[in-house]
Ligand binder design. Structure first.
Ligand SMILES: [Zn+2]
Length: 162
């Protein structure tokens, strides 16, 4: 392993609470393995009886609205920006649901529950199709989406505990 900033060969050095971590002697810095960060959203209608599913990129699978976090952005900011870009609406409230690491794209995905003040949306051209799904059908219709179904399932678990 070499330093991505200066090209120096990395050494292992002890870091408290972590253990042996790659270290660059030239930059005097620890080097952690990087992971991508993204958000996905369970978007609810005002009376929380339906959630918004979309289809994208020519596939026939329902998925959640989602997007990558840019450098310098908070997760909450990513949620606002992505919802604005993809559906032309901003949430009236957002709350954290759960996060999960997705190995194929080396991405940590944080899922949020977002509410809208109406069901009207203005999808951009990245969205082929959208549908407000009754909560009764929500699990069944997302079962082909590996991660989304875990997030939706957790949403229902939390709802039952309330
Ligand atoms: Zn370096």
């Amino acid at each position: 392993m070499y330093c991505s900033k200066c090209g120096n060969k990395l050494e292992k050095k002890f870091l408290e609470l972590e253990g042996m971590i790659d270290f660059c002697n030239k930059c005097n810095e620890y080097v952690f393995e990087k992971t991508n960060v993204a958000v996905s959203m369970i978007i609810l209608n005002p009376n929380e009886t339906k959630m918004l599913y979309i289809k994208q990129y020519g596939t026939n699978k329902f998925r959640l609205v989602a997007g990558y976090t840019n450098k310098g952005e908070s997760l909450e900011h990513t949620v606002y920006r992505e919802m604005g870009e993809e559906i032309g609406r901003y949430p009236s409230s957002i709350s954290f649901n759960m996060s999960k690491y997705f190995e194929p794209s080396n991405t940590l995905i944080a899922n949020f529950i977002c509410k809208l003040t109406s069901e009207e949306i203005f999808p951009n051209d990245e969205i082929d199709y959208y549908e407000w799904i009754n909560l009764d059908d929500a699990m069944d219709k997302i079962k082909e989406a590996r991660l989304a179904k875990v997030f939706v399932n957790e949403y229902f678990n939390k709802k039952l505990k309330k």
